[in-house]
Design a protein around this ligand. Structure first.
Ligand SMILES: Nc1nc2c(ncn2[C@@H]2O[C@H](COP(=O)(O)OP(=O)(O)OP(=O)(O)O)[C@@H](O)[C@H]2O)c(=O)[nH]1
Length: 300
């Protein structure tokens, strides 16, 4: 058996800061979390109330979690971001950056001063959180152009189609394809072909708003979605984009083949069952642009 003194030492050596908090948000006790590379010393919080040490919105969130854990009696796991400047009563020494925490909150089977209490273990998961964010971005990104990939486009377009269904806010779609890339690859080499694809990506990034979605759809095909833009404005934008891309690609034209783009444009219509119907119309318009001699914009 370990003694009470030893038990106190164990509590103080817990790797992650562990709080006992009352239903009303009072810090009854703080154990562990002594490594200043990962945590700020929270022992100064004992006796204070969450409501008095963090801003009202955050305090409300903390109290809500305590209530949830008390009501369910089950282990509650939540993630949140906090920096030491968010909490009055924490010492300066510790990580400079805001910390991502995973809280494990469990109701305790006793009361303190007539109030129900929970155990709140706050683990620093910043590294894991950063890695997860990076992986999410990587999973949504085309490696060559750094534009979004098709998976992300389809996810976003389905949200925009829902918005259109509900609020009739139109989204227009431009689908475009580099002209003659096969021949240019053959004459200038595959790396020149790659540079052309990257140059298209750079123009898209420069020309688009933050809310627009630009994606490499596959091979030498791209899709741009313009939320809140009707067909007429989308066609005008497509003409401008084609000129900008052509200007950028002119250095890759050969005697036989000019390096240009063809663009098909479509807007969401009430009869579209999903974004795929809009995408198909843009694809049909792109096909017409190619059939009619390439290097042009057609609306579907
Ligand atoms: N360099 C390079 N080429 C690619 C890449 N992805 C696809 N391509 C090439 O792009 C060409 C696309 O085929 P098409 O669109 O049918 O050929 P195209 O010569 O552009 O013909 P049009 O579209 O009718 O003008 C194929 O030759 C592919 O090999 C890539 O990542 N890098």
């Amino acid at each position: 058996m370990i003694s009470v003194d030893q038990m106190a030492l164990v509590l103080n050596s817990l790797p992650d800061p562990t709080f006992i908090l009352t239903r009303s948000g009072r810090y009854v006790a703080v154990f562990g979390g002594r490594d200043l590379r990962y945590y700020h010393d929270g022992s100064g919080l004992v006796g204070l109330n969450i409501v008095d040490v963090v801003d009202p919105e955050k305090a409300h969130w903390f109290l809500e979690q305590i209530e949830l854990a008390l009501e369910s009696g089950k282990l509650l796991i939540k993630e949140y971001e906090l920096s030491n400047s968010d909490v009055d009563g924490l010492l300066e020494e510790g990580p400079d950056q805001p910390i991502w925490f995973e809280a494990r909150i469990q109701a305790l089977d006793f009361q303190v001063d007539g109030e129900a209490v929970v155990l709140w273990v706050a683990s620093n998961i910043s590294e894991r959180h950063d890695m997860e964010s990076k992986l999410r971005v990587l999973g949504d990104t085309d490696q060559l152009t750094r534009l979004f990939n098709r998976r992300k486009l389809e996810h976003d377009l389905s949200l925009h189609h829902e918005m259109f269904d509900r609020y009739s806010v139109p989204t227009s779609i431009l689908m475009f394809d580099i002209d003659n890339l096969k021949n240019i690859n053959d004459s200038l080499g595959h790396y020149a072909g790659d540079e052309i694809i990257m140059a298209v990506g750079n123009v898209c990034r420069a020309e688009l708003r933050k809310t627009d979605i630009a994606c490499r759809f596959g091979g030498d095909e791209f899709v741009v979605a313009l939320p809140n833009i009707g067909l007429q404005n989308a066609v005008s934008f497509a003409h401008r984009l084609r000129e900008r891309i052509n200007g950028e690609l002119s250095r890759f034209s050969t005697e036989e083949d000019s390096s240009t783009v063809s663009i098909g444009v479509a807007e969401m219509l009430p009869e579209d069952r999903s974004y795929e119907d809009t995408l198909k119309r843009a694809d049909g318009a792109l096909y017409q642009a190619k059939r009619n001699g390439k290097n042009r914009v057609m609306a579907g």
